[in-house]
Design a protein. Sequence first.
Length: 219
Amino acid sequence: MSIASVLKKGFKGNYPIQQIWNSKLNNVGVIQGGEAVRDCIREVPIHARGHYILNDRLMDYPIDSDVLIFDTPASLEPMGVLALAASTHVLSPIKPEIKDAQGLFGFVRWYETTIEELRLSPVPSILGFVPMRVDYQDSGIHRDVLGIDKKGNVRKDIDQTETLPGLLESLNIRCFPFVKESKNYLRACAEGLPLPLYRSGLPSSDDFSAIANAVLEQQ
Ligand SMILES: Nc1ncnc2c1ncn2[C@@H]1O[C@H](COP(=O)(O)OP(=O)(O)OP(=O)(O)O)[C@@H](O)[C@H]1O
Ligand SMILES: [Mg+2]
């Protein structure tokens, strides 16, 4: 069972939520995406409420949870539009590569056009961007895009307005602390666990604290 069953006609509120990380936590559940979503995407244009289906489902059948996260692969349109129409906030990872940094403006254009076209009210706000898989020791591109030195510190000797964090600031969008490239993510991923549950006390365990705090502040 996946999110496809939620979007299909005749849904009556039985969300296929699976509890995960049961041995460590009892309050995290997921609804799977995956292949089945491709089929129901075709139904979106013929559905009278098209892009609002997910929002409608959550209005009709609220999920009793403090935070709902819609994880949308960028390539699976129009799932991003469905998710935006059901969201209060948007958080985007971004790779510190030239092409991805330039793509930032494309994302902002997509976001503004979509909220206007769908007449979303209240408008979902951009919580921020988070640079991912940053390797400041070995990648000069990562250092240039982020305006940092080989120790990961912000460079004071360059014009920061041209860097990714500088561009985000000029757009009034928050740039969260970057997440470093670390083999521990791959190891935790292989175990099917988030990093702090895979092993506590690792330096990367705090990578997402600023985001978690920003989410908590919205409650
Ligand atoms: N900071 C990191 N350091 C090392 N590996 C990472 C890091 N972040 C993610 N990865 C690894 O990269 C792979 C892809 O990560 P993830 O699934 O988060 O990417 P994605 O962009 O959401 O992919 P998809 O488009 O499939 O949804 C995973 O194996 C993950 O463990
Ligand atoms: Mg993903």
